[in-house]
Structure formats: structure tokens, C-alpha cells
Design a binder for this molecule. Structure first.
Ligand code: ATP
Ligand code: MG
Length: 400
């Protein structure tokens, strides 16, 4: 990252340290607002150059007008239509995307690099939350970075808001927001100064204090960024991604390090952004997060998409076996049980009786009749459907 000599010392911010950390590139920052003292001090190279660097981008329009909002909700209805199969033009469209690190140009020894993406397709529609799941090293961040315009793919077609991200200009960058998987705060700035600084880069930023409120940092605007805890820093990352009011948000593991309450608040924030018509690309290792938020999910393993669906249908979750289980009452033997299901003793769970079935209702009916006729109770009766995590583990098993 290069700053001109005039970048140290930021009038109005009371800070001697250049406020932009190494994750924020000049190429990816949007056009500074005219008259902003902060921005007059910063030197940015030509925004249309293709020298994209990692960065926290960027954003845009004010909160949607009523007309926009109704358009957004119509689009959102599109996104959620039927069983999660959206209609309309995609906001993000990817075809045959490949990415190899360390191969090709500049590799004199001809050695093969790491094939991070082996030809993936995906589409995101306006107003939907798209969950991108996969084990460590599967290619999620690589995909996100390509969609943000930071990385040039080895092959394939990529369109985000109708534009090839790697060739995109400032106007495009001002329409997306990013929470990077890793970031560093502007240590010497206070939270409010930092968010105000970023607000200055956007044509129509959100109000700073309202944004801090949104991410749960309103109670510490004067705290230095360098003193924030891990989870608080992550909230700041989210605030910085939101401050420009982007149309499309890339959230790469946005709640890592959050305590459970903070994670739930973040979910509310993300869900509220969807209500404003934002399109959200979310990667996460928290299956509950994906289940709560995502309209559609794709699972990537070793650079290939292995499954796609809604949280309810992914990997055939909706048609997988249900497990009915209970502890056998004293004096009752398995041979006494109604023949409605293949009852077996689960060796792992202190002798509980269980049966797998695709038709739990008749099994439960027979079991209830049987127990009532004998006047016995089954107080720890459980009916378990596969969780999203069960499905995810099935899909990704043996890939590590
Ligand atoms: N800059 C790089 N140079 C070389 N290889 C890289 C680079 N970045 C990522 N890789 C490799 O590409 C593959 C995909 O990495 P990526 O970061 O996209 O995975 P991920 O799905 O985001 O993983 P995680 O869940 O751990 O964040 C991995 O094998 C990784 O080692
Ligand atoms: Mg990653």
C-alpha cells in the first residue's frame, strides 16, 4: 500500500497515524467525498487501474427510497420464492470459475500450483442471503476475493452487478461491502473516528452512530481500535462494511470470535440488511448461522461444489431418516415392542432403544398406543431429524 507523504496527520481526526491498514487498498477505495478533510489528505491511485489489492470495500447509496424498498422486497420475494429457487437476473453469476495459486505466469520451474477452485458455478439473486459452506481450505475465501475483484481468476466467467469485478471501476466498488476473513483495526483511532473515516470514502454513507448502534458498538465510540477485543473488532469490521450502505455484502466468517449473544445480534443485523434488499454472500463454519440466515446454500469441497439446496433440503435433509429413541422401561424387553419399526439397542447411548424411519408418524402412533395399553410412560422419548451439521458432515466427510 502506498501513501503519499501527506497521508500522515489527519485533520479533524486527531491522529498522527495513517488510518488505513494493509488490508485496505487504494485501488479499492471509492471516490472520496468532495470537501472531506480526511480524503483531501489521502492519495489514491487511479481507481480504474486493475491493480486490485486486498481491501475492505466499499459501499454506496443511502438507505433505499420507498420505491427502492418496495422493489427490494419484491426482489426478496423472488429470492425466497418456492423452494428457494430464485427467479430474475442474478446479481452475481459465476460460470466455470477456476483458480490456481502459484502456477502459470511467472512460475519459471513449471511446477503445478494449488488448484483452489476447479470450475465452480454459482448465482446470487437480489435480496437473498447465500450461504457458502465448506471445510478449511475448500476455496471459500478465494471465491469471495475473486468476486470482490481482488483476485484475477485463472479461468471462468464472473459477473457481479453486471461487471467483471477484476476490471471494475470506482462506481462498482462503491456498491459492494466486505467483511474480510482477517483484518486489522486502525489501532490508534477510536471506533468513531475509524468509522467516520470510512464514511468519508462513500458518496452516501450511513450515519456513523446509527451504524455503531447496529453492530453493538454504540457504547464505546471513544475506545481505541487497538484495544478492542477480538469479537469487538469483528463488530467494527461489520460496521466498516456497512457504513457505505452497499447493495451487495460479502461476509467472510463475520461472526468468528463472537460470544453467543453477540452472534445472535449479528444475525439480527444481517437479517435486517436483507429486509432492506441487500444481497448477502455469507461464508461461515457455524451451521446454526447458515440455518438461521441463508435462503440457499452451496457446499464447496476441495474447489468443487458438492451440494446445493435450502437449509431444509440440502443433501436430501428433508427426506433423510428420522431417529425415534427412548429408554426401555424396566421389565420390558425389545421383543415386546410394537413391530412398527426396526427397533435396536443403541450401544453408544446407555442402551437406549432406537429406530430409523422415513415415516415417523405411524411409528410414533404405534408406540403411543402400545405404551398406553400397558400404562407405561416413555419420558425421554426423542424424535431426531438430521441437523444441518449432520448433513454438512456427511457431505464433507473424508475430505480433510
Ligand atoms: N495466496 C495464496 N497462495 C497460495 N495458496 C493459497 C493462497 N490463498 C489460499 N491458498 C490455498 O487455496 C486453497 C483454498 O483456500 P481458501 O482460503 O480459499 O479456503 P477457505 O475455504 O476460505 O478456508 P477457511 O475455511 O480455512 O477460511 C487452500 O489450499 C489454500 O492453501
Ligand atoms: Mg476462508
Amino acid at each position: 500500500m502506498t501513501f503519499g507523504p501527506s497521508t500522515s496527520g489527519l485533520p479533524g481526526l486527531g491522529c498522527e497515524t495513517p488510518p488505513v491498514n494493509h488490508f485496505v487498498s487504494e485501488a479499492r477505495l471509492p471516490s472520496p467525498r468532495e470537501g472531506c478533510p480526511v480524503n483531501r489528505e489521502l492519495k489514491f491511485p487511479d481507481s480504474d487501474s486493475a491493480t486490485n489489492q486486498p481491501g475492505r470495500a466499499i459501499a454506496t447509496q443511502a438507505i433505499p427510497t420507498r420505491a427502492n424498498a418496495s422493489k427490494a422486497s419484491a426482489a426478496q420475494a423472488n429470492a425466497a420464492e418456492h423452494d428457494g429457487t430464485p427467479v430474475g437476473d442474478p446479481v452475481i453469476r459465476v460460470r466455470g470459475l477456476r483458480m490456481s495459486y502459484g502456477s502459470g505466469n511467472g512460475r519459471a520451474d513449471g511446477a503445478r500450483g494449488v488448484e483452489a477452485l476447479a470450475g465452480i458455478d454459482l448465482e446470487l439473486y437480489r435480496g437473498e442471503i447465500f450461504g457458502f459452506l465448506g471445510p478449511n481450505g475448500a476455496g471459500k475465501t478465494t471465491t469471495v476475493e475473486i468476486l470482490e475483484g481482488y483476485r484475477r481468476p485463472t479461468a471462468g466467467e464472473v459477473s457481479v452487478l453486471g461487471v467483471d469485478p477484476y476490471q471494475a471501476d470506482r462506481a462498482w466498488r462503491s456498491r459492494i461491502g466486505v467483511v474480510l476473513q482477517e483484518s486489522e483495526p486502525e489501532a490508534e483511532l477510536t471506533v468513531e473516528e475509524c468509522v467516520s473515516l470510512y464514511a468519508g470514502y462513500y458518496p452516501h454513507p450511513r450515519p456513523v452512530l446509527e451504524t455503531l448502534e447496529l453492530v453493538g458498538l454504540a457504547d464505546r465510540p471513544k475506545m481505541r481500535c487497538g484495544r478492542l477485543s477480538g469479537g469487538q473488532r469483528r463488530r467494527l469490521d461489520v460496521a466498516l462494511a456497512l457504513i457505505g450502505d452497499p447493495e451487495v455484502l460479502f461476509l467472510d466468517e463475520p461472526t468468528t470470535g463472537f460470544d453467543p449473544a453477540a452472534r445472535r445480534s449479528a444475525w439480527e443485523v444481517i437479517a435486517s440488511l436483507q429486509k432492506l434488499g441487500k444481497t448477502i454472500f455469507l461464508t461461515t463454519h457455524y451451521m446454526e448461522e447458515a440455518e438461521q440466515l441463508a435462503d440457499r446454500i452451496q457446499v464447496i469441497v476441495a474447489g468443487r461444489i458438492v451440494a446445493e439446496g435450502t437449509p431444509a433440503t440440502l443433501g436430501g435433509r428433508n427426506v433423510q431418516q428420522t431417529i425415534v429413541s427412548f429408554t426401555l422401561p424396566p421389565g420390558i424387553s425389545t421383543v415386546d415392542l410394537p413391530p412398527a419399526a426396526p427397533w435396536a439397542v443403541d450401544g453408544d447411548k446407555s442402551g437406549r432403544i432406537e429406530a430409523e424411519t422415513t415415516r415417523p408418524l405411524p411409528v410414533l402412533g404405534a408406540l403411543a398406543n402400545w405404551a398406553q395399553a400397558r400404562q407405561i410412560d416413555l419420558p425421554d422419548l426423542q424424535v431426531l431429524r438430521p441437523t444441518l451439521e449432520d448433513i454438512y458432515l456427511q457431505l464433507t466427510q473424508g475430505t480433510r
